[in-house]
Design a protein around this ligand. Structure first.
Ligand SMILES: *Cc1c(COP(=O)(O)O)cnc(C)c1O
Length: 495
């Protein structure tokens, strides 16, 4: 019963939702996918008048089907009560002819808060459900945003400790301040002398260290990750697609049953995949519009069916989308191949060995029916921020601007008049420097001063969590060599 999930690469590796949350990734390296998603359905008529948290309870209960309903309710309550700057959690605002779903009102002002606020509670619930005792230790390597959102999510959650590694000198002034001032009795932050890849490799090595794992097991402890391939991060992201849709119904912008488009700034393909799940659960979605930056591997893939990561890596002004291997795409491939695990296994082997694969014509066709892709480079991103602010007084961040522009291009190319919603993934103040430069063609080296100036000039308020940051006490000063990460982890685990 309830073995609703399987590995994308092997249909005999099945799992309950709770075990999938605990494990993160299947034993064969595949991702857990819900097998019979087409049998599940959310009746949107019944969602009318419901709050964000009520919609969340409905969707989580359906997708995490072995979790008792009262536990889901408790997780939702713990995650979202008092943690976001608005009870709406993800408010929707009209900008020009379209809508923007603001996903950045959480504790770190980025969309990853929506899922990382609830993941710790899902994880500890799954732990209890599977009769495990003791402590979960979360290990995360971050290039900036995920680490902080994970720290806030796990802060003071009973039964957990969280350790975050970031590259010393490799994150922005604001990102560093966010992590170094992190509060909570179970939070640990360490800068490492190396780049993001070194941090990530170090974490992978610790996960793979069987001796250490055995030692922890004897102490009733286990490692886990807050990685975006965990279904515990994917599932909570489905909620805001439904919520945004219901808001448009409520404001009479659409009638219930009308289709809408969603435009999504895309990196690891997690956010937009949640939209695909929403559609499969019955949300009337026309196109999912995938916005890429200069790292336009997904743009090429959606247009040609060829995924090729053998290309130059660009550092862009939308750094949270700087990625060449979009892990969650594997889940889409599973569904559009008709759940053909062998095909997925083959494609992923090709990606591993040659860095490249091509999907069948049939898969190509299905993908291009569901998705539209465009890529937006630095100049166009900056122009979009400037023109949207001048026309509508609305300030986009650098990631959201990519999706906004991709939607504009889509509309021009297709004359599709379907109502559209852009998902906004970060507060403009999270990327103040680039936003400021887009508007005023000048800059300043102190990010906190820029934030202040941007607010004075635009009249857009700085989120409280970023505003107070400069004055907050620095708590974490640890720096270690990249080959000392295990020593650091042991010290904390064995406390
Ligand atoms: C992580 C992130 C993205 C990309 O989302 P994916 O789910 O990885 O596609 C976009 N914008 C911001 C601000 C992010 O932090």
């Amino acid at each position: 019963m309830f073995q609703s999930y399987e590995s994308t690469r092997n249909s005999s590796l099945v799992s309950t939702a709770s075990k999938a949350v605990l494990k993160g990734i299947a034993d064969d390296g595949g991702l857990y996918v819900m097998r019979n998603i087409e049998d599940k359905n959310i009746d949107i008529e019944r969602l009318q008048g419901k709050s964000y948290t009520e919609i969340a309870e409905e969707i989580l209960s359906i997708m995490l089907d072995d979790f008792p309903k009262d536990k889901i309710k408790q997780c939702v309550k713990n995650a979202y009560t008092g943690k976001f700057s608005t009870d709406e959690i993800t408010p929707v605002v009209k900008v020009g002819d379209s809508y923007v779903s603001e996903l950045f009102h959480g504790p770190t002002s980025a969309f990853k808060d929506v899922a990382l606020s609830i993941l710790p509670h899902l994880l500890t619930t799954a732990y209890d459900m599977n009769d495990l005792k003791g402590e979960v230790i979360i290990l995360t390597a971050t290039s900036g945003d995920t680490g902080k959102a994970a720290l806030e999510g796990f802060k003071d959650v009973k039964g957990t400790k969280i350790i975050v590694f970031y590259p010393d000198g490799g994150v922005s002034q604001v990102q560093k301040a966010q992590m170094a001032t992190q509060e909570g009795t179970n939070t640990y932050v360490c800068a490492i002398k190396g780049n993001f890849d070194d941090a990530q490799t170090g974490v992978k090595n610790i996960f793979a260290n069987e001796n250490l794992r055995d030692e922890l097991e004897k102490r009733n402890e286990m490692f886990s990750s807050a990685n975006s391939i965990n279904i515990g991060r994917l599932v909570p992201q489905i909620v805001y697609y439904f919520y945004a849709y219901m808001k448009l119904v409520e404001s009479n912008s659409i009638k219930i049953g009308d289709k809408v488009n969603f435009a999504v700034p895309t990196g690891n393909f997690g956010n937009i995949l949640a939209g695909y799940y929403a559609k499969n659960l019955g949300l009337p979605v026309n196109k999912l519009i995938c916005g890429s930056n200069e790292n336009n591997v997904l743009y090429d893939f959606i247009r040609t069916g060829i995924y090729d990561k053998n290309r130059e890596f660009h550092k862009t002004i939308s750094p949270s989308m700087d990625i060449l291997v979009s892990s969650n795409l594997e889940r889409l491939l599973y569904y559009v191949s008709g759940k053909d695990n062998n095909t997925i296994k083959n494609l992923m082997e090709q990606l591993n060995t040659a860095g490249k694969y091509e999907v069948s014509d049939e898969m190509k066709k299905v993908i291009s029916e569901e998705f539209y892709a465009n890529c937006v480079f630095k100049n166009e991103t900056e122009e979009t921020i400037k023109s949207v602010f001048e026309k509508y007084g609305y300030l986009l961040d650098t990631h959201t601007a990519v999706a906004y522009k991709a939607l504009e291009t889509y509309k021009n190319e297709t004359n599709d008049n379907t109502m559209s919603i852009v998902l906004s993934t970060a507060s403009p103040y999270k990327f103040s420097k680039s936003v400021y430069e887009s508007l005023y063609n000048e800059t300043n080296s102190d990010e906190f001063e820029i934030m202040q100036e941007l607010s004075e000039k635009t009249g857009v308020k700085i989120p409280e969590n970023l505003k107070g940051l400069k004055e907050k006490k620095v708590i974490h000063k640890e720096v270690c060599e990249k080959d000392e990460m295990e020593i650091y982890v042991r010290k904390i685990a064995m406390k």
